[in-house]
Ligand binder design. Sequence first.
Ligand SMILES: [Fe+2]
Ligand SMILES: [Fe+2]
Length: 267
Amino acid sequence: MKILYVGDVMAEMGMQAVEAVLPSLIKTEGIDFVVAQAENVTDGKGMGPEDMQRLQGAGVQAFSGGNHTPHLSVLTSFLEDTAQPVVGPANMVECPGPGYKLVETAKGRVLVVSMLGSIVGKQADVEVENPLKKIDEILANVPRDSYVASVVNLHGDFSSEKVVFGHYLDGRVSVVVGDHWHVPTADAQVLVGGTAHMTDVGMCGSLDSSLGVTFDSIIPRWRDGCQTRNHLETSGRLQFNALLVDIDESNGRAVAVQHIRRVWERS
Ligand SMILES: [Fe+2]
Ligand SMILES: [Fe+2]
C-alpha cells in the first residue's frame, strides 16, 4: 500500500497548497492513505472542524499533531474520540486524547501516532513524557495483528532526536517521519530494518516567508527588539511537501520512499 504523509499544513495558504496538489497526486501515484500534520491548519494554531472537513475533501484521511494542537479546544472531542482520525502528541501531557488511533483504509487498518520531541520551540516548559518510553508503551498495548502498517510522527526541534527515533523504531513500524521545522531535510531513506524515515518533511503553504509568517513581522523583532505580532503570509509562491512511502502490507515494512516537493506561483 502507498501512504503519503503531508507536512505541516500552514493556515489558508497551506490548505490551498494541499487542494492544488493532493487530489491529482493521489490518482497519479495510486495512494491508499493520506496523513497530514494538522497543528497549524486554522490560522496557524490548531485545527477547527470546518478546516478539517475541507482537508478531508481534498483527500486527507488522518491528522497528526504537534505543539499547537491543544490550542483550539473545539478539537478536544475529536482527539478523544477513537473513531475520529485525528491525534495530538501522545506524550504531551496537556494534549487531550490517547495520541494514537487505528484508522480504517481499503487495504486494512493503519496505526497513526504522534509524539513530541523533548524540547519544541520556546516551549521548554511544556510537560513531555519520554518519547522512547511512550512509543514502547503504545506498541506494547496495541496488538500487532490489529493493523497492517504504522505511521509514527516525531514533532521536534533536535535533528539528533529525530534521527535516533527513526533508528530506535527501525523494523518495528512502517514509517517514522519528523516535522515542526517547516523546512525539509534531504535524507528520506528506508532504514536497514525496513522503516521509512525522514528527519523533517517540511511544510505546505507560503514559500516566501519565515515558515509561513511574514518577514516583516519577524525581522524588526529580531534586529531591533520591536514588539511585533506574527502575521501569516498571504501572497507569493506556494510549496507542498510530503513523504510518499510504499509498504508491503503483508509484513508492514517499507520498500520504497520518496520526498515529494512542489513549488509554484499562484495564478
Ligand atoms: Fe508547525
Ligand atoms: Fe510545531
